[in-house]
Design a protein around this ligand. Sequence first.
Ligand SMILES: CC(C)(COP(=O)(O)OP(=O)(O)OC[C@H]1O[C@@H](n2cnc3c(N)ncnc32)[C@H](O)[C@@H]1OP(=O)(O)O)[C@@H](O)C(=O)NCCC(=O)NCCS
Length: 236
Amino acid sequence: MKILKTYEGFLNKDIIIRPMTDADVRTCMDIKFQYFGHFWGDLADPMTKEKHDRYSMNKLDKSVSIVAEINGEIVGGYILKKTKLPIITGNFYDFEGDDSTGIEGVSLFVHPDHKEKGIGHILKYYYKENPRPDVKFIWGQAFHGLKNIDHWLKSRKLFNDMGGVYFTIELYDGTIDKYTTTEHLAFYETNKKSAADYIEELAETGKSLEEIQGDELLSGFDPEEIKEITQYLNLF
Ligand SMILES: CC(C)(COP(=O)(O)OP(=O)(O)OC[C@H]1O[C@@H](n2cnc3c(N)ncnc32)[C@H](O)[C@@H]1OP(=O)(O)O)[C@@H](O)C(=O)NCCC(=O)NCCS
């Protein structure tokens, strides 16, 4: 077992942070499922444990994912994935041309018996507190329905808001301002909603793509980009 860090005297017990291994995956999936199992899926296509696990495993990158262990028992984990800067239609900042690598925070979870003792905090900031040259940032997606965006905005910046999902990022050198902002940020700040949400609303009222492209509020956007957003959101 490769111990990444031992936090001594933690609640009078030692807490170990170490890489997630194959042997940990089942326990991690079980802890995680009790929080998120109900979240995806609908009556027509309900979420099952199998589907949940498959989705999570697809995103699991053992080169960066970590677990927290106390007395040999897994008490929490962070499923992480190495990525480049996320270049997504509708981004508020222009990340093009920057080759830095970092991580996507896919899922952070702490066992219900061990919540609110600071374990989530240790996992959440692990790579910030223990820098690695190939991990310059952490970003993640948060469904609006989770209603937890304020937690993420304590340390991260919003860089996109599309399809009912917030996208947030923390650059460990703290310099999001070095990136040029896009018209999407200006739209968001003026209209208190993303251009994507506005486009979705217009589509829901029966407007055609051409009518949306001609909408006055969206005049600052390239019609092709508006089309891309409608495709991303499967609107037509
Ligand atoms: C979120 C969670 C991991 C926090 O772990 P914890 O050990 O109980 O919490 P801590 O006291 O160490 O707090 C850690 C951080 O979690 C944040 N947090 C608390 N509830 C949260 C939530 N529902 N979503 C996101 N972050 C949350 C806190 O704001 C705190 O942030 P900070 O360290 O920047 O101040 C834990 O409550 C949990 O497993 N919840 C269910 C799963 C979940 O909602 N995960 C987050 C979305 S992926």
